[in-house]
Design a protein around this ligand. Structure first.
Ligand code: IMP
Length: 194
């Protein structure tokens, strides 16, 4: 089994991505490779942040690694919160406050189109690769469901009538932004083809 570092401290994401990778690769956590500090994410784009995190880990370890960055892009808000999704309402990754602010900013708005976009930056044998996954959908007018995390209680993927937070992890992974980006990563890791 190959080993690869996933540059995240989010246990929920680790298990989500490990499930998608199956037995092909064992994910190594940041803690396991001795990185306990917060990795800077100061770029202006998802691509920039994913690369910044992967390069940081590669410089410290010299090992194969990948990092992801995700944003919720809301059409009526000009693509916001986008790269600011984690700290939309406060500095502290407060999911409930982010959801309240999103609902407030969309009050009275009939265009509720949104998409989640994930970018994964992989550094394999010192070479850099980017993978993108997108899921289109709409922002509901109130929160529903308690699965998942982040904006899941508000995001209804296209073709569904329930939010991500009302879906099982398997059902969400099958269509999600991260699921799609990870599928591209996994295909590449398994076949060596982009
Ligand atoms: P990250 O780059 O994956 O940490 O994502 C940044 C922010 O986007 C998170 O703090 C969440 O608010 C939001 N986010 C990322 N992925 C998801 C998801 O699958 N569902 C809901 N919100 C998400």
């Amino acid at each position: 089994m190959g080993k690869i570092i996933f540059a995240t401290n989010n246990a929920h994401k680790l298990s989500e991505v490990q499930a998608l990778l199956g037995d092909a690769f064992e994910l190594v956590t940041l803690k396991e490779c001795g990185i306990t500090e917060d990795i800077p994410e100061t770029a202006a784009t998802l691509e920039g942040n994913a690369l910044q995190k992967a390069r940081y880990v590669f410089e410290k370890t010299g090992a194969d690694c990948f990092a992801d960055d995700t944003g919720l892009e809301v059409e009526a808000l000009g693509g916001e919160p986008g790269v600011h999704s984690a700290r939309y309402a406060t500095d502290g990754h407060d999911f409930a406050a982010n959801n309240r602010l999103l609902l407030k900013n969309l009050e009275g708005q009939s265009n509720r189109k949104a998409r989640f976009r994930t970018v994964i930056a992989l550094i394999l044998e010192g070479k850099e690769y980017l993978f993108e996954g997108i899921v289109e959908g709409t922002i509901a007018t109130r929160e529903s469901g308690c699965e998942g995390f982040g904006y899941d209680p508000l995001f209804v993927p296209s073709g569904e009538i329930v939010t991500f937070a009302q879906m099982s992890a398997e059902a969400k992974n099958a269509i999600s932004h991260r699921g799609r980006a990870v599928a591209k990563l996994v295909n590449f890791l398994k076949d060596g083809k982009l």
